[in-house]
Design a protein around this ligand. Structure first.
Ligand SMILES: Cc1cc2nc3c(=O)[nH]c(=O)nc-3n(C[C@H](O)[C@H](O)[C@H](O)COP(=O)(O)OP(=O)(O)OC[C@H]3O[C@@H](n4cnc5c(N)ncnc54)[C@H](O)[C@@H]3O)c2cc1C
Length: 373
């Protein structure tokens, strides 16, 4: 069987793999991007809120916090320079009682520690003047939160990477991996072909723990086992009149950001995502959730009629923490310590992975520099 040689192989053409492919192609030759589906970004990268997050919520000092803030700036620059559709529409986090107002103050402090220094604390009256249909006793306005056309972003990254010489190969699932002491050997589609590579970057999203196990990593011992956490959305028609993204105050355990109102670039309003741990990937949206969605939404948009809500879409978060557990950070790790030099794992890349894709790519470039010598 023919054995193809590459310097770097990237597993997974979601937004993270694409960003890494483009970034590394600026520095290195002989790069292969492998994707099991027919085209790029058919999984989590096209099933999300398409929000460019400011970086408000994440624990201080975490990769999620720092890569979100850095990635957001890089992403706005890329949108400007490369004609990727986006809008800096801003986001309102709204409190509806004194307890939630206290939580807003705490969020303000957390955001400042993360380097998000443009948040504005607003009275209920000012929130009402910005969003007449929203009720709030106070609010936080994040002017640097925006929305992006994630499909255009992914197309731009793929074109950038392939123009720089990256070979992007679809319908190619990595099914086995072995390290021979010098190179990583990857088997594609159960032995259809073989690839040997000095560096391997695993950004296989929902399957990144399974891919990490292929060369023999004990994913339970390393804390790499993923838990699937579904987020469903309901669309509203007629759509409520909102001009900003509107979020409730997040719950203390921070399981999600709360069922919020998102706007896409076409002006469509969707509510979601909720939080539901699942055993298998199934993107159907349960119509029976309408009541629970409506009950959450009317706490801040009281005029929304239940009948206007209909099931829309869902996405699945690759989470490292289970229900009720402490929030875990992204894993972005070069695995020399496990006897696999040049193998880089990206695991648990849930939100804000879209916002942070360009800063994650820079981090990976730094991590592989020693292996590329
Ligand atoms: C409901 C929801 C809402 C979100 N909202 C936001 C948001 O508003 N803003 C934000 O910043 N982030 C958001 N996120 C997070 C963001 O969508 C993800 O962090 C990001 O898309 C992850 O990209 P990825 O490339 O790592 O993974 P994916 O997009 O899942 O890509 C992984 C790819 O690897 C491929 N693959 C897997 N196994 C193999 C294999 N063995 N061989 C070859 N290919 C393989 C898959 O087919 C897939 O294409 C949200 C996520 C969810 C679920």
């Amino acid at each position: 069987m023919e054995r193809h040689q590459f310097n770097i192989t990237i597993i997974g053409a979601g937004v993270v793999g694409l960003a890494i492919a483009e970034e590394l192609s600026r520095h290195y030759k002989e790069i292969l991007l492998l994707e099991k589906n027919e085209s790029q970004g058919q999984e989590t990268s096209s099933r999300n809120s398409e929000v460019i997050h400011a970086g408000i919520y994440y624990p201080e000092g975490s990769l999620k916090a720092s890569l979100c803030v850095e990635g957001r700036k890089l992403l706005y620059e890329a949108c400007e320079n490369r004609g990727i559709p986006y809008k800096r529409i801003g986001k309102l986090i709204v409190a509806t009682n004194p307890d939630e107002e206290e939580s807003l103050q705490a969020l303000l402090g957390k955001a400042q520690l993360n380097g998000v220094d443009d948040l504005l604390f607003l009275s209920g009256r000012v929130v009402h003047s910005l969003e007449p249909d929203v009720i709030a006793s106070a609010g936080l306005l994040s002017p640097s939160t925006g929305i992006i056309d994630s499909h255009s972003l992914m197309r731009a990254l793929l074109v950038g990477a392939t123009d720089n010489g990256v070979s992007a190969v679809f319908r190619s699932c990595v099914t086995a991996a072995h390290y021979d002491g010098v190179r990583h050997e990857l088997e594609i589609n159960d032995g259809e072909s073989l690839v040997a590579s000095r560096v391997v970057v695993n950004c296989a999203g929902l399957l990144s723990d399974c891919v990490a196990a292929l060369p023999g990593i004990d994913v339970d011992l390393e804390g790499y086992r993923l838990k699937l956490c579904k987020g469903s959305y309901f669309a509203a028609s007629p759509a409520p009149r909102i001009r900003h993204l509107v979020y409730p105050v997040p719950t203390p355990k921070h399981e999600g950001l709360g069922v919020h109102a998102t706007l896409d670039l076409g002006g469509r309003v969707r509510f979601g995502p909720d939080v539901e741990y699942v055993d298998a990937v199934d993107y159907r949206v349960d119509e029976g959730k309408r009541d629970a969605f409506h009950a959450s939404i009317i706490t801040y948009l009281p005029g929304l009629a239940k009948e206007s809500l209909h099931p829309d879409m869902s996405g699945i978060r690759p989470k490292l923490q289970g229900p009720g557990e402490e929030i875990r950070d992204f894993v972005i790790s070069e695995e020399s310590r496990l006897g696999l030099p040049g193998w880089v794992n990206l695991i648990g890349i849930e939100s804000p992975g879209l916002t942070a894709c360009l800063s994650i790519a820079r981090r990976v470039a730094n991590l592989i520099a020693p292996a590329m010598g």
